[in-house]
Structures are given as C-alpha cells and as structure tokens.
Design a protein around this ligand. Structure first.
Ligand code: Z5A
Length: 209
C-alpha cells in the first residue's frame, strides 16, 4: 500500500483553518483517497488532555519552557498513536497546525530558542516532516476580528497584536526557508476566493505521486 500524504494547515488565529480544512478533506475524498482530519495540540485522548492544559485560562503564570515541552509531549503521543499508523495504512492526513506552529508561536512569538525547538523536533519526529504545509496568510487585524466573533478567547487568543505580528512574520520566514514544502494562500478575501486557491494546491498534490 502507498503511504498517505501528511498535509498541515497553518496561520494565525481566525485566518480560516477550521473553515477550510473540511473543504480540503472533501477534495481528497473525492479523488478516492481515505482522509483523516486531526489537530494540534491534540488528536488523541491523552494529547487532547494536554491541549486543555495548554489552552485553559489560568491565574498561575505559565513558564515558557513548560508550554514548549507540553506542545512536544502532545505531538509525540499524536504522532505515534495516530499520524504514523494512519499514513502507513495509506490514509492522507490533514492536520490543523503542527511543528511549524511551535516555531511560529513559541519561537518567533515568545522568543524561545529556535535551535532548542529544532532539537525537540528531531527528538520527537526524527526525519518526519509534512509533505505539504499550507499557510493561510492574512493581516493580523483581519484574523483577530474574525476570531473574536466566535466568543470567549483562550489563553493564546488573549495575546496582543505585537505577538501575533511576530507569529505571522515567523510563518512567512519559515515559508521562505522551506519553499519545497510551503504553499502560501492569501486568506484575506471571501471564502470562495480562498477555496479557489486551495483547489489548485490540492489538485497539484493529488497529481503528484
Ligand atoms: N499553538 C502553539 O502555540 N504552538 C503549537 O505548536 C501549536 C499550537 C500546535 C490552538 O490552536 C492554539 O495553540 C493556537 C496556537 C497554539 N493559538 N491560538 N489562539 P487552534 O488551531 O486550535 O486555534 P486557533 O488558531 O485559535 O484557530 P481558530 O481561531 O479556530 O482559527 P481558524 O481555524 O484559522 O479560523 P476559523 O475558525 O476557520 O474562522 C474564524 C471565523 O472567521 C469563523 O467565524 C469563520 O466563519 C470566519 N471566516 C473564515 N474564513 C473567512 C473568510 N475568508 N472571510 C470571512 N470570514 C471568514
């Protein structure tokens, strides 16, 4: 059986990851591949418990190293319990955020060492990397306006514009460093316009062995 493809969807909050992932899944399904949708942090019962620990609002100060290590603890569980077995079974996986989010948020956003993140990435993933990373990109003000419409904000969503600007710039730098893997989609326009661009990206992936 051919190994499935691992597609990650990234971007700042509110750019439309959740909205567009179902569209991507339907296109892959229509091409005749099994497709699973998952997310990070989370994706298995234990990893979802770690997600709650990470996202819950709390009065206790959260140490940056604790946040970074919990992201990778959740990822290790998700990768070994869910992602790798599904891919070897031939399924495609669309994942709402993965390790690029750690570089963007904990690295560029919080200022944690990118070299330490790379060490943890190699420890948890060895050489495993996404086949394609779709970066939904929009100005921070647009993303935050859309995210706020949804109601109560989690611990990350309460960060300020300067933080999200660093995260967005970080993603764009990661995309520039990894052009073979990244596809940037302009997420500023209407949903139909965004999905036209996504169609081209997914069609190209489906057509690639
Ligand atoms: N995090 C981290 O720090 N490090 C890591 O390694 C990982 C994660 C993996 C949880 O992520 C948090 O964890 C996240 C980063 C951190 N921080 N935050 N905040 P998450 O992915 O679960 O949560 P999120 O980023 O907050 O996702 P989101 O806010 O749900 O955004 P979204 O999925 O990109 O947006 P959406 O829900 O699809 O759309 C938002 C609204 O906009 C909704 O009402 C849509 O109908 C609307 N929308 C979407 N597209 C459009 C267009 N094109 N036009 C108009 N309106 C639109």
């Amino acid at each position: 059986m051919t190994k499935g493809k691992f597609i990650t969807v990234e971007g700042i909050e509110g750019v439309g990851k959740t909205t567009n992932i179902d569209f991507i899944r339907k296109k892959i399904d229509a091409a005749g591949f099994g497709c699973e949708v998952t997310r990070e942090p989370g994706g298995t019962p234990m990893a979802e418990e770690i997600r709650n620990t990470l996202l819950n609002n709390r009065t206790e100060f959260v140490c940056e190293e604790t946040e970074l290590l919990l992201m990778f603890a959740s990822r290790a569980q998700h990768l070994k319990q869910f992602i790798l077995p599904k891919l070897s079974h031939g399924d495609w996986i669309v994942c709402d955020r993965f390790t690029d989010a750690t570089y963007a948020y904990q690295g560029y956003g919080r200022g944690q060492s990118l070299a330490n993140i790379a060490l943890l990435e190699n420890m948890v993933q060895s050489t495993f990397r996404p086949d394609c990373t779709i970066l939904l990109d929009a100005p921070v003000e647009i993303g935050l306006q859309r995210a706020k419409k949804r109601g109560e904000l989690d611990r990350f969503e309460k960060e300020n514009i300067a933080f999200f600007s660093r995260v967005r710039d970080g993603y764009l730098e990661l995309a520039a460093k990894n052009p073979h893997r990244y596809r940037i989609v302009d997420a500023t326009g209407a949903i139909e316009e965004v999905q036209q661009q996504l169609s081209l990206v997914i069609d190209a992936l489906i057509g690639t062995p």
